[in-house]
Ligand binder design. Structure first.
Ligand code: FAD
Length: 413
């Protein structure tokens, strides 16, 4: 049985690995001309994604390439001195198992996990999918596949081809984000610096290993702004306006907007669809159910979704009419939960009031001062996203060559 996956970032390669393990023949088509090199932004792997990565045999490589960010310095705008917190005190207390890693490092590790067993077509894209599985590409000759999976991100091409231009409904959650690459000289090795004010948050991290630094700029807007997704000068101007006068350090990051080699800008929007599957086509990861970039654990959701989709296809012997609904049922609660925590994460990350700003600074102060026990209790109560993602119960599918009993599940925290 031949399965085509569009997208080779996170969900695509994880799905490809597991489908291959279950005996399917897999092709992955990726628009980028080559596998991604270190870049993008830092992403989080919570416990279920760590467990799945361990089962894939890649956990050690992930642990070797974590970002190494050790300190958080929080500077509340107009509200006193910066607060410095050791990040391990937050993550160790909030999450039993967690790794922060650059998205492109993670992507490379997942691609490598089945690079020799899966066909990768870089620098190409699907242009048409027929109901019988006939697929046309921009460059490659047309081919036939039994199933097609869109793992091609928030602006999914497969979603557009299978469901039409305006599939589902999108909910703007009231904020925008921009990411830019800065010279390494701006970074302080192992330190994440965040300036936070009412309606705007600017963060920056970097390390000697990365060779550069990244600034992440989040700002609130009560309504969607008029800005074409290709109008980069306008996007940069929106960021300059939103962060005007925040701090001299932020001014320095903004100065780099005119020469940054990598720039990303988007609204923080949640896509809602009644179903992610149509005929022989389904969606996985951000393509189907992104809860919003930078405000949730969508990377963990993408890994979990890919693992469950492959497992359900194996369980149904490749019968997509049984497997796709089973996959959607297994993911429904996780997706609903992640949407809800993304809303609350956005509120915490980009405070709507002065009280929110001082609350964030006080919270960080308290966490750095408390001993381990109470700190753990406080964080488990307040960090909704870590709690949600860590508690996701992941089915354990029987894999040829692995001695996992079918029907057991990974533990729940
Ligand atoms: C600025 C920012 C910060 C973020 N921070 C976090 C964070 O802190 N924690 C977290 O967990 N998550 C974070 N995320 C989200 C995280 O990056 C995604 O949830 C995760 O990468 C989803 O993986 P995916 O494989 O579903 O999609 P993506 O990573 O978006 O990958 C989609 C892939 O499809 C390819 N593609 C696109 N179009 C086509 C086409 N036409 N044909 C073929 N291939 C195509 C793309 O090139 C890409 O390789 C952040 C996202 C952004 C943008």
């Amino acid at each position: 049985m031949r399965i085509l996956i569009s997208g080779a970032s996170i969900a695509g390669p994880v799905l490809a690995y597991w489908l291959h393990r279950y005996g399917f023949s897999v092709t992955v088509v990726e628009r980028a001309p080559t596998p991604r090199k270190t870049g993008g932004h830092a992403v989080d792997l919570f416990r279920p994604a760590m467990d799945i990565s361990e089962r894939m045999g890649v956990l050690e490589r992930i642990e070797q390439r974590v970002t190494g960010t050790r300190w958080l310095t929080l500077c509340p705008e107009g509200a006193g001195r910066p607060v410095r917190v050791e990040l391990s005190r937050i993550f160790d207390a909030a999450s039993a198992r967690h790794a922060e890693i650059m998205r492109d490092d993670l992507s490379e590790i997942y691609v490598d996990a089945a690079r020799n067993d899966v066909e990768y077509l870089f620098g190409d894209s699907i242009t048409a999918i027929s109901p019988e599985g006939g697929v046309r590409f921009e460059k490659a000759a047309p081919r036939r596949f039994d199933l097609v999976v869109g793992a091609d991100g928030v602006h999914s091409n497969v979603r557009r081809l299978a469901f039409g231009e305006n599939a589902g409904s999108s909910e703007f959650i009231g904020a925008y984000l921009g990411v830019l690459t800065l010279p390494e000289s701006v970074a302080r090795d192992g330190e994440l610096r965040i300036h936070v004010g009412v309606g705007r948050t600017a963060g920056m991290y970097g390390s000697a290993r990365l060779g550069d630094a990244r600034a992440l700029l989040l700002f609130r807007s009560p309504r969607e702004l008029e800005c074409h997704h290709r109008d980069i000068p306008r996007q940069k101007q929106l960021l300059r306006t939103a962060f005007d006068g925040m701090d001299v350090e932020v001014d320095r990051w903004l100065d780099e907007l005119s020469r940054t080699p990598a720039f990303y800008f988007d609204s923080i929007t949640q896509l809602r669809m009644d179903t992610w599957s149509r005929g022989r086509v389904t969606l996985v990861g951000d393509a189907g159910y992104c809860p919003g970039p930078a405000v949730g654990g969508s990377t963990t959701l993408a890994v979990v979704g890919a693992y469950i989709l492959a497992g359900e296809l194996a369980r149904a012997g490749g019968d997509h009419e049984r497997a796709f609904p089973a996959y959607e049922r297994a993911m429904a609660d996780h997706v609903r939960g992640s949407r809800a925590v993304a809303h609350s994460a956005a509120k915490t990350l980009i405070p709507t009031s002065r009280l929110g700003v001082t609350g964030l600074a006080r919270g960080a102060q308290l966490i750095s001062a408390l001993p381990a026990g109470p700190r753990r209790a406080l964080l488990r109560l307040t960090t909704k996203s870590a709690r949600l993602y860590n508690s996701m119960d992941i089915p354990r599918y029987a894999v040829p060559g692995l001695d996992a009993p079918a029907g057991a599940s990974f533990g729940v925290e």
